[in-house]
Design a binder for this molecule. Structure first.
Ligand code: C2E
Ligand code: MG
Ligand code: MG
Ligand code: MG
Length: 282
């Protein structure tokens, strides 16, 4: 009986592996077509000054509606795009799209707050991304301070200088650089001192249990203190509850983002949200 079970497991395992590989190849082809046909979209999540309740910015997040599978998470298709090189055309398309949306938001008379676009470290290995920002800012007549770039902390030492150079050039245009998911990677203080960065986004894993974990409170407080010393802006990610918000406010932090305020929204829903919540009455 045990032997039989063991064999079944073995067969099952192989089928799953085979199927998942097949699915991945299929998905890669679909993503390639989606990128070529500009089928990827952006949604926008409001960022808020938690002290005043005012809208302070928004983050653009990629969305892919697959014709058969429905919504595919960026946590699945971004890594796929990174592995296959598709991240370059995909990422360029999203920089265009973010600038186009920002122009649309200004034309809708929304408050002129920065829109952050996520980029992968792979995009920062090639300096041509600097021109993607420059060209699209000009194309849509945008003040460069209205587009920010977000990149995660996971930058390997091997590519540190390449990425640093690239970010420096992007900052010279006037685009601000945020370190995303801060606290989860391997940054050291010296890294931050020498890195071209303006904003730290505290990872939501720290905010999740902020009211019950003294360790997380200590971590968030010290990130905030350090950021003050380095004159960096801090954004708390993943605020979901009023208790979390209360803690953030009590610590005198200024900027926050999370489901408590809003999930990421389509452009039209974002417009309506901001119109009805210019001051968000926190
Ligand atoms: P991220 O850049 O850290 O984005 C924040 C993620 O957390 C988003 O998930 C957002 O919907 C989610 N989130 C925001 N507030 C809350 C909250 O209060 N609670 C919880 N549980 N989640 C919250 P999303 O849109 O699924 O994106 C996942 C990740 O995929 C992003 O993490 C980012 O690393 C990547 N990604 C998304 N769009 C792009 C893109 O255009 N380019 C690149 N390179 N990566 C992207
Ligand atoms: Mg982000
Ligand atoms: Mg993040
Ligand atoms: Mg993330």
């Amino acid at each position: 009986e045990a032997k039989k079970n063991g064999r079944n497991k073995y067969v099952f395992f192989h089928q799953t592996l085979y199927e998942s590989r097949l699915k991945r190849i299929e998905l890669e082809g679909d993503l390639r077509r989606a990128v070529a046909n500009s089928e990827l979209q952006l949604h926008y999540q409001p960022q808020v000054n938690v002290q005043t309740g005012e809208l302070s910015g928004a983050e653009a997040l990629a969305r892919w509606h697959h014709p058969k599978l429905g919504e595919v998470s960026p946590q699945d298709f971004i890594p796929l795009a990174e592995d296959t090189g598709l991240i370059i055309p995909l990422g360029n398309g999203l920089i265009y799209e973010a600038c186009r949306s920002q122009r649309q938001f200004l034309d809708w008379n929304l408050p002129p707050v920065p829109l952050s676009v996520n980029v992968s470290v792979i995009q920062l290995m090639d300096e041509r991304i600097v021109d993607e920002f420059r060209t699209n800012l000009a194309r849509f007549h945008l003040d460069p301070s209205l587009i920010w770039l977000e990149v995660t902390e996971s930058i390997s030492a091997a590519h540190f200088d390449t990425i640093k150079n690239c970010l420096e050039k992007i900052r010279q245009i006037g685009v601000k650089v945020s370190i995303d998911d801060f606290g989860t990677g391997h940054s050291s203080l010296s890294y931050l001192k020498s890195f071209p960065v303006d904003v730290l986004k505290i990872d939501r894993s720290f905010i999740d249990t902020i009211h019950e974990s003294e360790e997380n409170q200590a971590i968030v407080r010290s990130i905030f203190e350090m950021a003050k010393g380095l004159k960096l802006t801090v954004i708390a990610e993943g605020i979901e509850t009023s208790a979390q918000l209360a803690w953030i406010r009590h610590e005198q932090m200024i900027y926050g983002q999370g489901y408590y305020f809003s999930r990421p929204l389509s452009a039209e829903n974002y417009r309506d949200y901001v119109h009805h919540n210019h001051f968000l009455n926190t």
